[in-house]
Design a protein around this ligand. Structure first.
Ligand code: SF4
Length: 167
C-alpha cells in the first residue's frame, strides 16, 4: 500500500508540475488501503462472504465513501472471519501467483487467452512495451478469434485526433 501511494504521488506530481498536462489530464485513482480491500473482494472466493458479513455486523456501511471507509475494520474482520481457513487477506491480495494456479475468475471467459495474459504480465515486469494492436500486427491475444471480432483500421468519415501513425 505504501508503494502504491508513493507511486501515485509521483504520478500526480508529474502531471501537476506540467501546466499543459495538468489542464488536459485528470488523474483518478484509489489510494493503497481502499485498493487492498477492493483486491480482497475482487480476488476473493466464497470464503470472503463471512468477511463481508462480519464488516457489516460491525457497522461497516458505505465504504466506497472515504469518510466512511475503515481499513482497520476490514482487516480485523478478515482475521476473525478467515480464522481456521488457512488463508488471510494477504493470500488473496499481495502474494505472487503461479501460472498453474486456478484463479477465482477462471470460469469467466472474456475471450483473452490465459497464457497470453501471463506472457503480457511477464513483459510488463521486464518493462517490455507492447504496441497498440490497432496499428501493429496482431499479437494473437485470443479476443478476435474467440469473440468473432476483428480490428478494422480505415477511414470512418469521423474527425480523428491528429495522431501520427508510426510505421
Ligand atoms: S488484433 Fe485482436 S486478437 Fe490480435 S492482439 Fe488485437 S485484440 Fe488481440
Amino acid at each position: 500500500m505504501e508503494t502504491i501511494d508513493s507511486r501515485l504521488a509521483k504520478l500526480r506530481g508529474v502531471v501537476r508540475d506540467d501546466r499543459k498536462y495538468a489542464k488536459a489530464i485528470g488523474v483518478r485513482y484509489h489510494d493503497g488501503k481502499p485498493s487492498a480491500v477492493e483486491g480482497l473482494l475482487s480476488r476473493g472466493d466464497r470464503r470472503i462472504g463471512p468477511v463481508i458479513e462480519a464488516v457489516w455486523r460491525d457497522g461497516g456501511r458505505f465504504d466506497g465513501w472515504s469518510e466512511y471507509f475503515n481499513y482497520d475494520r476490514w482487516m480485523r474482520c478478515s482475521v476473525e472471519a478467515l480464522e481456521g481457513t488457512g488463508v488471510d487477506a494477504a493470500w488473496y491480495t499481495t502474494r505472487e501467483r503461479e501460472l498453474a494456479e486456478v484463479l477465482p475468475w477462471d470460469h469467466l471467459d472474456s475471450g483473452l487467452d490465459k497464457q497470453w495474459l501471463w506472457d503480457d504480465w511477464q513483459d510488463a515486469l521486464a518493462e517490455v512495451e507492447i504496441d497498440d494492436c490497432r496499428w501493429s500486427p496482431c499479437f494473437d491475444c485470443g479476443v478476435c478469434d474467440q469473440m468473432g471480432t476483428e480490428i478494422q483500421v480505415g477511414p470512418t468519415g469521423g474527425m480523428l485526433l491528429p495522431l501520427t501513425v508510426l510505421p
